[in-house]
Write a protein that binds this ligand. Structure first.
Ligand code: ADP
Ligand code: MG
Length: 620
């Protein structure tokens, strides 16, 4: 039959080049990858057969066979799972489906093959076969289809696909082992490697020698064993398999719930941030099993989106085996499991949070922004989530909690002050903070977009309202605080009134108001949100997502203690506004905009005014 020749997707070709030339010492993990894929394929067929029993007709006992041939130097991994048709083979074994891996490979430099440790960290899946094989032949037939297909490659940039007759259902992968990898045709070696990496696999893994079959694994699902029998290494390997991840689990939660509803959960929180954690679909990733049979990893109802960083499995005997995905929606049993899981996860996080330290900080840095979504999406659990939250603040170097913040509040302070922006370093320099810093009043520095949503919805912590220092009408003068050092005398009120009136006239509609400010100590001016307006940062965020095309005028605040403002105020009071008041007014406003990280409203007018003012100062 006609042989079809195809080139690998560029990223695969690059990946294969790295894999083939790597000196990775841990090559044996290729077997873990192939066994893991075979097990997934069996799980998927078992689930499909719930609604289409014909799919497994004649061969319903799932198993994975390893057939070594030391004479020929081959190893064949055979499963009777779901199989792949022509298009599946081309798509799954010709491209990198997982965009995170694809991006990672793209980012690797030319000398990447020397950097072999990445293979172990990143998991190259099926392609890891080329670490040990000079040639890989895959024969597969998809359940329910009659045509079989052979995929072949030497890992050199191309593969071929040919139709074959009489392929059994499922997938058989034959590796022609490289000279230096012949040990993988040795039964002893296979026993050792399978035990080490794949013992948790619930589908039996059999070693086939002559006409003898030997079971290599315990073949009972890991989560059904008692905790004491499971080593950390086994948990880790299971996590790698279940999550398709290759980092260490940061937290492992394994428990059995008994009572109104029974289920076992084996859950993991990764150490590394999954690349798609902020994908808009916000899908959860824990797999649902019923009586040890894989049902689906697509059930939205199992965990809320704010816990989508969890990985692992939940197994319950209380749902019917033939439950379909549709039936799972709004299923009351599932809703109960979800409630139980969320409670348990948050209580485990609470323990870790109370232990504190770097470990929890690193969790927070990785997943805090996701967890915070729960603050406005899960009202019932809000009180459990808030104490877990960590914040950057003007009062401490590292992370702090709301309890600590409340404990540090000054006498007369009745609100928790916040400021939000995209960049921590810039935030720390915000002019709106100056008055707070001078008095030693703590301000939380918020840099996650989600903060703009949960803060207004939560409103307060221990009855202390959250207030943005960029809101109009914030008054720090009533707070005891430290007394500011070397405070300059302020301009006279009547001088300020004259200046404010002149600036209002010059700026007109472009500002909501012009006011004297108590929040500035160093800067001459700053912008704050108009009364009742959304915060400046939220406004910027919405505009950058094109959810807002309107400009809201802000309040321009003036520092009455700043020499420039004092000088101006005195001059305007004594001599009235000069011809240059327009220029000065707009320059002050543009200056405040620039500090906010925004361009001047009209850059060429800004440049002209700036030149005019400088000219008056310096022209010969
Ligand atoms: P991953 O398992 O993370 O998806 P792999 O590179 O290991 O990545 O496998 C790529 C894809 O190839 C799998 O997602 C699956 O669709 C398909 N595949 C691999 N091995 C098999 C198999 N034995 N049976 C069926 N499909 C398979
Ligand atoms: Mg895989």
């Amino acid at each position: 039959m006609a042989e079809e020749k195809r080139a690998f997707q560029a990223e695969v070709a690059k990946l294969l080049d790295i894999v083939v030339h790597s000196l990775y010492s841990n090559r044996e993990i290729f077997l873990r990858e192939l066994v893991s894929n075979a097990s997934d394929a069996c799980d998927r067929l078992r689930y499909a057969a719930v609604t289409q029993p014909d799919l497994t007709a004649g061969d319903a006992d799932f198993r994975i066979r390893l057939v070594p041939d030391s004479e020929k130097g081959t190893l064949t991994v055979i499963d009777n799972g779901i199989g792949m048709n022509h298009d599946d083979l081309v798509a799954n074994l010709g491209t990198i489906a997982r965009s995170g891996t694809a991006e990672f490979v793209r980012s690797l430099g030319e000398n990447a093959s020397r950097d072999t440790a990445m293979i172990g960290q990143f998991g190259v899946g099926f392609y890891s076969a080329f670490m040990v094989a000079e040639r890989v032949e895959v024969v597969s037939r998809k359940a329910g289809e009659s045509a079989g297909w052979r995929w072949e490659s030497a890992g050199d940039g191309e593969f071929t696909v040919t139709e074959v007759a009489d392929a059994p259902r499922g997938t058989s992968i034959r590796l022609t082992l490289r000279e230096d990898a012949r040990n993988f045709a040795d039964p002893g070696e296979l026993r050792r490697v399978v035990k080490r990496y794949s013992d948790h696999i619930a589908i039996p893994v059999l070693l086939v020698e002559a006409d003898r079959e030997e079971s290599l694994t315990s073949a009972n699902a890991l989560w059904t064993r008692s905790k004491g029998e499971i080593t950390p290494e086994q948990y880790k390997e299971f996590y790698h398999h279940a999550a398709h991840a290759f980092d260490e689990p940061w937290l492992t939660i394994h428990y059995k719930a008994e009572g109104a509803i029974e289920y076992t959960g084996l859950l993991f929180i990764p150490t590394q941030k999954p690349f798609d954690i902020f994908h808009p679909d916000r899908k959860q990733h824990v797999k649902l099993y019923v009586k040890r049979v894989f049902i689906t990893d697509q059930v939205e109802e199992l965990l809320p989106p704010y816990l989508r960083f969890l990985r692992g499995v939940v197994d319950t005997p209380d749902l019917p085996l033939n439950v379909s995905r549709e039936l799972l929606q709004h299923n009351p049993l599932l809703a109960k499991i979800k409630t139980g899981l969320v409670k348990r996860i948050l209580s485990e996080l609470k323990k870790k949070s109370e232990e504190g330290g770097e470990s929890f900080d690193s969790f927070w840095e990785t997943f805090g922004a996701v967890l915070k979504e729960g603050l406005y999406e899960d009202y019932d659990r809000r009180a459990d989530i808030l104490p877990l939250c960590r914040f950057r603040s003007t009062a401490v170097e590292g992370w702090t909690t709301l309890d600590e913040v409340v404990g540090r509040m000054k006498e007369g302070q009745d609100a928790i002050y916040t400021i939000s922006g995209d960049d921590l370093a810039l935030l720390r320099k915000s002019p709106q903070l100056e008055g707070f810093l001078a008095k030693g009043i703590e301000v939380l520095l918020l840099t996650d977009p989600v903060d703009e949503f949960w803060m207004p919805s939560v409103g307060n912590y221990q009855d202390k309202p959250f207030r943005s220092v960029t809101d109009a009408g914030i008054d720090v003068s009533a707070i005891a605080g430290d007394s500011p050092k070397d405070e300059q005398p302020a301009a006279a009120d009547s001088d300020m009134d004259a200046l404010i009136a002149a600036l209002k006239l010059a700026l007109g509609e472009t500002v909501a108001d012009v006011r004297g400010s108590a929040r500035l100590t160093e800067s001459a001016v700053c912008l704050v949100a108009g009364d009742g307006q959304m915060s400046i940062h939220l406004e910027k965020m919405l505009r950058s997502h094109r959810q807002l095309d309107q400009d809201f005028p802000r309040v321009l605040e003036l520092n009455p203690r700043h020499p420039l403002i004092k000088g101006l105020a005195g001059r305007v009071k004594a001599a009235g506004t000069g011809a240059d008041i327009e220029d000065i007014a707009h320059l002050l406003l543009d200056q405040a905009r620039i500090v906010e990280g925004e361009p001047p409203a009209d850059p060429s007018a800004f440049a002209r005014r700036m030149a005019a003012v400088m000219e008056r100062g310096f022209a010969a």
